[in-house]
Design a protein around this ligand. Sequence first.
Ligand code: ATP
Ligand code: MG
Length: 403
Amino acid sequence: MTIIVKPELLNPDYPIEAFSEVLYPREEQIKQLNNIFKEFGEYGHFQLSLVLGLPGTGKTTFVRYVAYNYLKSNPRYKEVYYINCKNLSGRAVEKTLFFKLYKPSLFNEFELKDIQRNKSWSYGITRIFEKEKDRRVALIFDEVDYPIFLKNSIGDRFLHSLIRIPESTGNLNVSILLITNKLKFRLKLSDEVRQFLFYNIKFPPYHTGDLLEIVKRRATFSLKKGSWDIDVLAYLVKKVVEVTSEQNQGNARYVIKALRYASILADEQHKDKIDYDTVDMAIQQIKRDSITDDLRTIPLSHLVTIKAMILLHREKSKLRAGLEAFYPPEMSSSEILHLTNKILSEMGKKNISYRNLNYILSDLQKSDIIKKTNTVKNKYLYCITEDIDILEKAVDEVLKEYL
Ligand SMILES: Nc1ncnc2c1ncn2[C@@H]1O[C@H](COP(=O)(O)OP(=O)(O)OP(=O)(O)O)[C@@H](O)[C@H]1O
Ligand SMILES: [Mg+2]
C-alpha cells in the first residue's frame, strides 16, 4: 500500500505548468509576465527582460506557466522556445537554439554542412531570420548565468549576437526573456547587452505562510486523502526553515522534497499517515540536501579545508571518550593548513598559502560551518559546528563530483 497517488508531483523538477490547481498563485509576477506575452501577441516583440530571484522562488514554474497559457490561447505568434542553459556553454546554447529554429526548407545541404563543420551557429541563426524576415520568436533562457559565468566562456556574446539580428534583417525577429537566481547577474553582463535590459521581474523568497500553502496544495494533489493533516505540514515547514541556510529559507523546493521524503518514509514504515516522526526523519535528509547544495556553490579549496577539518575532528575525538558533542575538538590553523595541502596534493591540485587559508576560514565562519573558539599564543583555534556525520556525507558527495 502506498499513500502516494501522483509521484511525479512530488518531484521538484517535474514541469507543472499544466496543473494550475497545485500552484499557489504569485499574482504580481503572473501579471507582469502576462504583460510581456501580451506584447508578444500583439506586436511580435517584447523588450529584453530579466526574471530574478533566489533558488526555489517559482521563476521557472511561473514563466513556463504563463508561456503555456499564452500558447494555449491560440495567439498570432506561436513560436516560444524554452532553453534551460544549465551546464551549457554559450556555444552549446547557440547550437541548441539553431536546431530549434531550423527547418529543412531553409538551407540546402551544402549550406547546412558548412554551418555544422565550422560550428558557426550564431551565423546560422542570423541566416535563418534573413531568409524568413517575418518570423517572430520568443526565447526563454533559463539558468542563463551558467553559460555567462562559466570559466573561459564567451560570456554573453551569444546574447549580444541575438540582440543584433535586427541590424541585418531590419525586423525585431527575436524577443528574449532571461531567468537567473544570481542576484548580481546584471553586473556580469557586458555594456552592449546591459543597455538593452530594462525590464526586471522580481521573485522574492517565500514566507512561511506561502510555503505552507504550497506544500498543502502539493499534498492535496499527490497524496491519498486522509494521509496527512495540516498540523503535521505546518510542523514540516517550520522544521525545513529551521535547518536550511538563510538563503534557502524561502525556497519552495525544500518543502516539496521534505513532503516527498516523508511520504516515502511513511510508506516504508507501512503507516497510512505522515506523522511527526516521519517528518523528523525527512528533515534529516533535507538538512543534508541543503548542506550539499550549499557546498556545491563554494570553491574546491574551501571544500578540501572542510574535509581536512572533519578528519582532524575525527582524529581528535578519539581522545575525548564521547564528550566531543559537548566539547568539540579544537584545531589550529597550521594543523588545518598542513592536512588541507596534503589532500590537495593527492588530488593533483595546487597548494594554498597561510593567507588563503585565513580567507577560507573566515568564509566558513560566515556560513556557520565552523567557529573560532580560542586564542592560544596569538594563534586561533577552530572547531566544526555542523553535525559532523551529515557534513561529512555532504562533503564527500560534492568532492566526488570533482574527481
Ligand atoms: N507558488 C508555487 N506554487 C506551487 N509550487 C511552487 C510554487 N513556487 C514554486 N513551486 C515549486 O517549487 C519548486 C521550485 O520552483 P521553481 O523550479 O520554479 O524555482 P526557481 O525559482 O526556478 O528556482 P531555481 O532558481 O533554483 O531554478 C518546484 O517544484 C515548483 O513546482
Ligand atoms: Mg528554475
